[in-house]
Design a protein around this ligand. Structure first.
Ligand code: SAM
Ligand code: SF4
Length: 333
């Protein structure tokens, strides 16, 4: 038996205090950069139950994790997802419970999410043009998402942030419009560089837009003040002067953030991935199912996993094959 350390520290001295848990691989959208059109989803018994998700989160929280992000797939299409948010929201060690959603269910679920203890939400939005939004998401309804954003604003979250993946020739001409929308809504926005995860039907190296270029475009059009804000994530923030809006940049290519990595990811199958861009993982589901009434083996496995957290990732747009053949909807973005 191991004695539980209070904190999770990896072999490079980094403390892991943030987990991202994907609670489903299912989604009501089929974003081109995220999943194939004819994606097949996992059978139900290969997916963690919500009770198993709660056990995993509690184990991590007992080891000093204080920030939990619930993601997917689309987390809010999972039946009874709100129950899990409520369970996590009650844990004393959880300082920040946050989620990433495509916004399609927020119209009806934003209030319950806020009541469960969720403080901040990220809502993905890549276009303000209904037809283009449909093309990128393959099936999504922009109006529904805009109503979801309005419902989230009314629910009183501490922070709402849009996440936009820019792709050249697809939506990069909307940079300014997306920022203007965020300013009018008095919410934040982050630009995410497209990551070579899984396979897509557009060429990644030609669609890739660097955040260095995005920032330069924005600086020519808005008065930006570098912000010291640190959310514990890899984004870097700029305040748009005299507005309530901050602009963030999540830049796995142009800025290597591995040295400050404080997180691990758990898929809806219970795979604990130690790095978004590497294959190192351990399987938590067999441990959970073999020990339904004892969390000690789970806690010990999590402690042991720290030894194999890699130093960093290695994304390369020029490489023929994606760095890791794994879809974001599987790993949890
Ligand atoms: N369904 C939710 C949503 O779309 O917000 C949560 C899961 S989604 C996988 C989380 C985030 O990952 C989204 O903001 C999405 O834009 C982003 N994402 C998905 N595939 C990506 C890729 N290949 N490169 C960069 N970001 C990606
Ligand atoms: Fe669904 Fe989110 Fe992936 Fe789009 S990015 S397909 S909304 S999981």
């Amino acid at each position: 038996m191991q004695t539980s350390p209070k904190n999770l520290i990896d072999a490079f001295g980094r403390q892991v205090d943030y987990i991202r848990l994907s609670i489903t691989d299912r989604c009501d959208f089929r974003c081109t950069y995220c999943m194939g059109e004819d994606v097949s989803f996992l059978p139900r018994d290969e997916v963690l139950s919500l009770e198993e998700c709660a056990r995993i989160v509690k184990a991590f929280v007992s080891l000093g994790v204080s920030k939990v992000r619930i993601t997917g797939g689309e987390p809010l299409v999972r039946k009874n997802a709100i129950w899990l948010f409520e369970e996590i929201g009650q844990l004393a060690g959880v300082r920040e419970l946050v989620t990433t959603t495509n916004g399609s269910q927020l119209e009806h679920q934003a209030q319950a999410l806020k009541a469960s203890g969720v403080k901040r939400i990220n809502i993905s939005l890549d276009s303000l043009n209904p037809e283009r939004f449909r093309n990128i998401t393959r099936v999504g309804d922009l109006d529904k998402v805009l109503r979801g954003i309005a419902a989230a604003k009314q629910s009183g979250f501490e922070n709402i942030k849009l996440n936009s993946v820019l792709m050249r020739g697809i939506n990069d001409d909307e940079i300014l419009d997306l920022v203007r929308f965020a300013i009018v809504q008095e919410i934040d926005i982050s630009f995410i560089e497209e990551m070579p995860i899984g396979s897509v039907d557009h060429a990644r190296d030609s669609s890739f837009v660097s955040n260095i270029e995005t920032l330069a475009t924005l600086q020519q059009n808005f008065p930006l003040i570098s912000s010291a804000l640190n959310t514990g994530g890899p984004a870097r923030y700029w305040q748009v002067a005299e507005t309530h809006t901050k602009i963030g940049f999540i830049s796995p290519h142009s800025h290597n953030f591995c040295e400050a990595c404080n997180r691990v990811r758990i898929t809806c199958k219970g795979e604990l991935y130690l790095c978004l861009g590497q294959d190192d993982k351990i399987e938590l589901m067999p441990i959970l199912r073999a020990n339904p009434n004892d969390d000690e083996p789970l806690i010990n496995a999590i402690i042991d996993s720290m030894k194999i957290k890699p130093k960093g990732h290695d994304f390369d747009l020029q490489r023929a094959a994606p760095a890791v053949i794994r879809f974001m909807s599987h790993t949890g973005g």
